[in-house]
Design a protein around this ligand. Structure first.
Ligand code: ADP
Ligand code: TYD
Length: 207
């Protein structure tokens, strides 16, 4: 089994329907097949704050909180995710793959008008990922892929106009760890690209 000399932190980002979950599952499988120990997480989590967040948008109550307050709820959820899952796994020199992280905070709450400087500030205490695979896709295609999200009244996050803004913010984030991946290719093509890049990075960390 390959030994890493430190933990590796990989994040998948992109709009809803971009293919994050699909690629995360494949990446985990491909890395485990090569003998690596992988830990997964997903934000919002199923913890206290994650459940609170879900209630807000399942009940269409998102507008009851300001954009800055909404941003803060995700930060609290992330604090739990880091403390309970991400940091312990990194300390054990595992590969951690997370479906959404603070880049979603910047893109989604930024699109709603929250202060991006404040979001940066409030996320500054969290570990910075080694690699962020940003899967870029037209929101129309993303929404088309997710049939269940077509009824926009049931999920305030799914509004097309807003997702355009979200995509635009994702695409202009200056972070050097972000690798943009074209999302309108086959699942296999995208996985091939992500896996090659991940293995290349990991090979530098193997003892
Ligand atoms: P996300 O986690 O980004 O919301 P998912 O991975 O759940 O997206 O994918 C949304 C839907 O689109 C799923 O039904 C999935 O099978 C499909 N899908 C994912 N990637 C692709 C792709 N590259 N081409 C076509 N369909 C895809
Ligand atoms: P999603 O990954 O779609 O979770 P689920 O599959 O459980 O619905 O995330 C739900 C929404 O949360 C998604 O539209 C993006 C949003 N989000 C933010 O607005 N800010 C954040 O910081 C994060 C992590 C997610």
């Amino acid at each position: 089994m390959p030994q890493l000399n430190r933990g590796i932190f990989i994040v998948l980002e992109g709009i809803d329907g971009a293919g994050k979950t699909t690629q995360l599952d494949l990446l985990r499988q491909n890395l485990e097949d090569r003998g690596f120990s992988v830990v997964l997480s997903k934000e919002p989590t199923n913890g206290t704050w994650g459940q609170h967040i879900r209630k807000l948008y399942v009940n269409d109550e998102r507008m009851k909180v300001t954009a800055d307050e909404e941003a803060e709820l995700f930060v609290r959820d992330r604090a739990e995710d880091v403390a309970l899952t991400i940091q312990p796994a990194l300390d054990q020199k595992k590969i951690v793959i997370v479906d959404r992280y603070f880049y979603s905070n910047l893109a989604y709450q930024g699109a709603r008008g929250a202060s991006m400087d404040l979001i940066r500030e409030h996320n500054a205490c969290f570990p910075v990922p080694d690699l962020v695979f940003l899967i870029d896709l037209d929101p129309q295609l993303g929404t088309f892929r997710i049939q269940k999200y077509r009824d926009e009244s049931t999920n305030a996050f799914e509004k097309y106009e807003e997702l355009q803004k979200v995509r635009q913010i994702f695409n202009t984030l200056p972070d050097r760890n972000i690798i943009k991946i074209t999302g309108n290719k086959s699942i296999e093509d995208i996985q091939h690209t992500i896996l090659e890049l991940a293995l290349d990075y990991i090979s530098q960390i193997v003892l």
